[in-house]
Design a protein around this ligand. Structure first.
Ligand code: ZN
Length: 132
């Protein structure tokens, strides 16, 4: 259900972009999915295509791009990219369903602190939209 609300928001954005550019169709739409979120891309892709079809909007190319998770330590200021593949599957699954648990499993590689913030890779956004 999450995915459908998100798809609707993306379609609203697409409609606005088409209006503003006075365009006829969308050549390419790329959606950025942070690796630290629990969106099902299959469901999102399906929801998007359904809503676009109902709205009569043509999107020639719809692509999804993963965004790495970048963390910033609040204690020492170290920034690093999280390698999710280095975790056991059950940890990855836990992080996938409850992104907040990332704080229990991960610590700053520099100072060992669990006090860090997620700079990138949490949300969903529009990477690129080309209107024709
Ligand atoms: Zn640190």
């Amino acid at each position: 259900m999450h995915e459908w609300a998100l798809a609707e928001a993306i379609v609203e954005y697409v409609k606005k972009a088409l209006r503003e550019a006075n365009g006829e169709y969308v050549e390419r739409l790329s959606i950025v999915l942070g690796k630290l979120q629990s969106i099902d891309r299959e469901v999102l892709g399906f929801a998007l295509r359904e809503i676009l079809r109902m709205e009569n909007i043509c999107v020639k190319e719809l692509v999804f791009r993963d965004e790495d998770v970048e963390l910033l330590c609040r204690r020492c200021g170290y920034r690093w990219v999280l390698d999710l593949d280095s975790f056991d599957e059950w940890v990855r699954e836990a992080i996938h369903f409850v992104p907040e648990v990332v704080h229990s499993y991960i610590k700053c590689p520099q100072c060992g602190s669990h006090d860090f913030e997620v700079v990138r890779g949490r949300g969903v956004g529009i990477g690129e939209i080309i209107v024709k």
